[in-house]
Design a protein around this ligand. Structure first.
Ligand code: PSU
Ligand code: MN
Length: 303
């Protein structure tokens, strides 16, 4: 297994010194945001984590290896290239064996972080149960990974391109705790609230780190969702974003978009229909998650 994993110098040093490490995904770079904002954001997010005293590890597949920590050139390549595969659990073996470039989703990043013994992972939003999944069966592999792999995912909730109610039910069945940071309501990515409650409210990073420790000390396998609402000043108008998401969903249906293309298609449409306003919100919420994730990692690894 070790032959597939390459740690960056920074991550290697962090491991040797017992410094807290925060995993970051690469699908958000290659398929979630346009160039050059994607690369700029990825670098800023890494910097926020460093300033908090933790070490960032952006994860991706390069030339048959799982890279834990990317160089500046690699970040640029993942942001710019149109030839990067979106890599979820099922894609890992093929992409590694054929030495293709792969940008890891939440599910794949959790797997790779787990292999590198990294427990805290920051991203924007998780995949979930899509609207209409009762006929399409479109349920993100992210949820099954949360059920099975011991990595906590700090996110801004899930977008209402998904069915948030069914997503919560799925996570409940699989025993995945959904913890709201300073909120008892599930945030909906662009907005701070939704119609759904989280399972628990935690008001400090310490409380979250302690909950994660307890979960894994009890050998309760699987991850946790830490839902951190977008800062008020960067949140979008709820009516506006709801309308935009409705049109994006209709376009996806009219264009017969399915499988792994669905989420990137919807993300790009939402950005286009909001004149890029949603991109600004997206960038800010990821940075906000990086701050919280680093705090959780500090508490998790030092106590
Ligand atoms: N949601 C977002 N931004 C993203 C994604 C989801 O708001 O970039 C990406 C993540 O990498 C997530 C993936 O793991 O999409 C889910 O894809 P799918 O629904 O195909 O499993
Ligand atoms: Mn899907």
């Amino acid at each position: 297994m070790e032959q597939y994993i390459v740690l960056s110098e920074e991550v290697k040093a962090a491991k040797e010194q017992g410094k807290p490490i925060v995993a970051l995904e690469s699908t958000i770079i290659s398929h979630g945001m346009p160039y050059p904002q994607n690369v700029k954001t990825a670098r800023e997010v890494e910097q926020i984590i460093r300033e908090k005293g933790a070490v960032p590890a952006t994860i991706a597949l390069v030339n048959g290896k799982i890279k834990i920590g990317l160089s500046d050139e690699e970040l640029e390549m993942f942001g710019k290239s149109t030839d990067v595969a979106k890599a979820s659990r099922r894609d890992l073996p093929y992409l590694l064996a054929t030495k293709k470039m792969g940008a890891t989703t939440v599910a794949a990043t959790m797997i790779c972080a787990d292999l590198a013994d990294i427990r805290i992972f920051v991203t924007g939003g998780i995949g979930g149960v899509h609207r209409g999944a009762e006929t399409t069966m479109d349920i993100s592999a992210d949820l099954e990974e949360l059920a099975n792999t011991n990595v906590a995912v700090i996110c801004a909730g899930a977008k209402s391109i998904l069915d948030l109610g069914l997503t919560m039910e799925y996570l409940e069945t699989k025993g995945v705790p959904v913890i709201g940071y300073q909120t008892n309501v599930l945030p909906a990515f662009y907005t701070r609230t939704s119609d759904f409650a989280v399972n628990f409210q935690a008001d400090t990073a310490e409380e979250i780190a302690a909950t994660l420790k307890t979960k894994w000390e009890l050998n309760l396998k699987g991850g946790a969702v830490i839902a951190n609402p977008i800062p008020e000043e960067h949140a979008m108008d709820e009516e506006e974003i709801t309308e935009v998401i409705e049109s994006a969903l209709q376009e996806a249906e009219a264009n017969h978009i399915s499988g792994k293309d669905t989420t990137p298609f919807l993300l790009a449409k939402v950005k286009e229909l909001t004149d890029g306003k949603s991109l600004l919100s997206n960038i800010e919420l990821v940075k906000n998650n990086a701050r919280l994730g680093a705090e959780i990692a500090l508490s998790f690894y030092t106590k």
